[in-house]
Design a protein around this ligand. Structure first.
Ligand code: FES
Length: 367
């Protein structure tokens, strides 16, 4: 992609072929400017599967949910035969967004002039537009978006995928200690608006556990941090750590059950994380809102229905971890905004997953 000179110079400041011991992190402009968010919209998010929802949100024909990923409004629906479909949520008449929120629809009626689309996206009614020649000559149906189910998740691809997530992410599934999706059911969604660039939040996830002892002292006691390991895949990475073995007297405590046995923290390029620990699986989907703001959607799953008290205590413990991460991300963004910080360095023993992320971004910026 041809870049404006200043943008190109800022991309080149990151040198992906340097060894991690001497490499510099991307410059602050990657995290603060509209031009980088525009670049990411077209060169990163356009070319990846993006996990925007869960299959359990759609149970019967007509069930749908809608949203906007950066500037792209979409609606995902089960059609008349129960097949999963997705469309740009954009009316063919003057571009109005047709669907809102989520629910069940017999058809989608544009609120502006009443053009009506069925669950297959076909235009079925255009009130008082009988003489309009384009009704006969042009395809005025909703524009389809590629959609798939992967495990319990629904993915959209706004470009042309090289393959399905089933194929692309098969090695990641193998990297989990056990099948991550077996026996889990959705229990709760929690959403956080975070005042930082979306990559600041992802970086925090990908520092190989470097921040855990400082930011999450309570979590440190639950994990054998000396055994923390990272594995890098083609467009994913996995951080794994055994849980601390508790004395028998503590083995049934909430924290021992919540993070028991083993913890796997998976990341899928560019913005989706899957955490599997004890009886829990949670996902973190990071949606850019502006250069310095993102929305992080946490979906919590559990092996079977959790006991109510344990559920609430576990989610409260998780919320504490998220608040600690959010606070540190705010502080990082403040430094990036300051003009006093240009490029940092990597901690080689920990931050290989983060360097891997930055190299993937750089490759997409250059493509
Ligand atoms: S913009 Fe949708 S019916 Fe006119």
């Amino acid at each position: 992609m041809r870049q404006a000179p200043i943008l190109s110079e800022q991309i080149q400041r990151f040198r992906p072929d340097d060894p991690i011991e001497t490499a510099a992190t991307p410059p602050a402009s990657w995290y603060t400017t509209q031009s980088f968010l525009e670049l990411e919209t077209d060169s990163v998010f356009q070319n990846q599967w993006l996990f925007v929802g869960r299959r359990d949100q759609l149970q019967k024909p007509g069930d749908y949910f809608s949203g906007t990923f950066l500037r792209r409004p979409y609606v995902v629906v089960l059609d008349d035969t129960g097949e999963l479909r997705a469309f740009y949520n954009v009316c063919s008449h003057h571009g109005t967004c047709v669907a809102t929120g989520e629910g069940t629809a017999e058809h989608f009626v544009c609120p502006y002039h009443g053009w009506t689309y069925d669950r297959q996206g076909a235009l079925t009614k255009a009130p008082l537009a009988g003489a309009m020649q384009s009704l006969k000559e042009r395809n005025l149906d909703l524009t389809p978006i590629r959609v798939c189910q992967w495990g319990p998740f629904i993915g959209l691809h706004f470009g042309t995928p090289s393959d399905s997530p089933d194929t692309l992410l098969a090695p990641l599934i193998k990297a989990f200690a056990t099948d991550p999706f077996e026996n889990i059911q959705f229990v709760r969604r929690v959403t956080y608006q975070v005042e930082c660039n979306w990559k600041v939040f992802v970086n925090n996830f990908l520092d190989g556990g470097y921040h855990v002892a400082h930011v999450h002292p309570e979590l440190t006691g639950q994990l054998e941090m000396a055994s923390y390991r990272s594995t890098l895949g083609e467009q994913w990475s996995m951080q794994s750590c055994p849980a601390t073995s508790h004395p028998e007297s503590d083995a049934s405590s909430d924290s021992a059950v919540r993070v028991s046995g083993h913890a796997d923290y998976a990341w899928i390029y560019p913005n989706f994380m899957i955490n599997r620990y004890g009886p829990w699986l949670d996902t973190n989907a990071v949606f850019p809102i502006s250069p310095r703001r993102c929305l992080v959607v946490f979906d919590y799953f559990h092996e079977g229905p959790p006991e109510t008290g344990f559920l609430e205590r576990s989610l409260a413990a998780s919320d504490q971890v998220q608040q600690e991460d959010i606070e540190i991300c705010h502080r990082v963004q403040a430094g990036l905004n300051s003009g006093a910080f240009h490029q940092g360095v990597y901690a080689p023993g920990f931050e290989a997953p983060m360097f891997h992320f930055h190299r993937l971004l750089h490759a997409d910026f250059q493509a």
